[in-house]
Design a binder for this molecule. Structure first.
Ligand code: NAD
Length: 292
C-alpha cells in the first residue's frame, strides 16, 4: 500500500526491456530502494525482444523515462538505438543500463562493474591476477572488458564452438589491440579443448563461468568436467544465481576453493545502475536483507 500511495502525477518511470522477464529480481530490488530512500520513481518490467526493441526505445524517448535496464536478448542489439556509449559499453559492445540525460540516451554496462565490485566485497582485487573465463555472450563479455579496464594481468577466454565463438575472438582482439595501453594479455581457446582448459585453470587465480550452464535449461551441468580441475587457492565465480548453488559452485566447494555465485554481481550491477539514474547509493544491505 505504501508503494501505491507513493505513485502520483510526478512519478518518474524506470523500465526494463527483456524477455523472458517474469523471474527478474530487478523490479523488486529497485522499487524497494526507491521506497526506502523516498524517491518518486517506479520501476516496471516490459516483455520486449529484439523485434520490438527499436519501437520500445522510441517509446521510452516519447515518454521521457528516467532510464531503463536492458537484459537478454537485447544487450548487444540496443547499441544502434542509443545516442552515446560509456567506455564500459563501448568496449564490450553491450549495454544493460540506459540513462536519459536531458533527452540523450546514454548506454552503460554495469554488469562487468557489478562483477568486479562483488569480488571487492569478498576482499578480492583483480589487479595483476590471471582469469580463465568461460563464455563470450552478454554477461561474459563485460566481465572480460571490465576486468581488463581494472588491471587484470592475463585473461584466457574459452568459448564453445557456437555462434558466440567469433565474439570470443573479437573480445580478445579488443583487449590485445584496442585496449593495448592497458597491457593485458588475452588468449582465446575452444571450450572443447579440455586439456588446455585444465592447464589454463592451473595457472589462474580466478575461474569465472560467464555462461548460463548450471541454470535452467542447463541446470545440473557444469563448464568443467570434474573438481580435479580446481584447487583450494582458486577463486571460482559464477554468473548463475538460480539456483544459488550451481553444479560449478558445488564442485568449487568440494575442492575447497572459494565459491562466489552470481547473486552479488546481480545486486551490484543493479546498485550501480541505480546510482547512474538517481545519483544516490542503493541501500544495498537493506535490499540484501529483504530479497536474498
Ligand atoms: P548470452 O546468450 O548472451 O550468452 C550465452 C553464452 O553461453 C555464450 O558464450 C554461449 O556460447 C555460452 N553457452 C551457451 N550454452 C552453452 C553450453 N551448453 N556450453 C558452453 N557454453 C554455452 O547470455 P548472457 O546474457 O551472457 O547470459 C548468460 C548467463 O548469465 C545467464 O544464465 C544469465 O542469467 C546470467 N547473467 C547473470 C548476471 C548476474 O548479474 N549475475 C548478469 C547477466 C547475465
Amino acid at each position: 500500500m505504501e508503494n501505491l500511495a507513493r505513485i502520483n502525477g510526478k512519478t518518474e518511470l524506470v523500465g526494463l526491456l527483456a524477455t523472458p522477464i517474469g523471474h527478474s529480481l530487478s523490479p523488486a530490488m529497485h522499487n524497494m530502494a526507491f521506497d526506502k530512500l523516498g524517491l518518486n520513481c517506479a520501476y516496471l518490467a516490459f516483455e520486449v525482444g529484439n523485434e520490438k526493441l527499436e519501437d520500445a526505445v522510441k517509446g521510452m524517448r516519447a515518454l521521457n523515462v528516467k532510464g531503463f535496464n536492458v537484459s537478454m536478448p537485447n544487450k548487444m542489439k540496443i547499441l544502434p538505438y542509443l545516442d552515446e556509449l560509456a567506455d564500459s559499453a563501448k568496449f564490450s559492445g553491450a549495454v544493460n543500463t540506459v540513462v536519459n540525460i536531458d533527452g540523450k540516451f546514454v548506454g552503460h554496462s554495469t554488469d562487468g562493474m557489478g562483477y568486479t565490485r562483488n569480488l571487492k566485497e569478498h576482499g578480492i582485487d583483480i589487479k595483476g591476477k590471471k582469469m580463465t573465463l568461460i563464455g563470450s555472450g552478454g554477461a561474459a563479455t563485460p566481465i572480460a572488458i571490465q576486468s581488463a579496464l581494472e588491471g587484470i594481468a592475463e585473461i584466457s577466454i574459452f568459448a564453445r564452438d557456437d555462434a558466440f565463438f567469433p565474439q570470443a575472438e573479437e573480445n580478445v582482439r579488443i583487449i590485445n589491440e584496442d585496449m593495448k595501453h592497458l597491457n593485458v594479455k588475452a588468449n582465446v581457446y575452444p571450450l572443447e579443448n579440455v586439456e588446455r582448459l585444465r592447464a589454463e585453470i592451473l595457472t589462474s587465480d580466478i575461474l569465472a563461468n560467464g555462461t548460463g550452464v548450471g541454470m535452467k535449461p542447463l541446470e545440473g551441468l557444469s563448464v568443467i568436467q570434474d573438481e580435479s580441475m580446481l584447487r583450494p587457492d582458486l577463486i571460482v565465480t559464477d554468473v548463475v544465481y538460480i539456483p544459488r548453488k550451481s553444479k560449478l559452485m558445488e564442485q568449487a566447494e568440494a575442492a575447497g576453493a572459494t565459491a562466489i555465485n552470481g547473486l552479488g554481481m546481480m545486486l551490484w550491477q543493479g546498485a550501480l545502475a541505480f546510482e547512474l539514474w538517481t545519483g544516490q547509493q542503493m541501500p544495498v544491505d537493506y535490499i540484501k536483507e529483504q530479497l536474498f
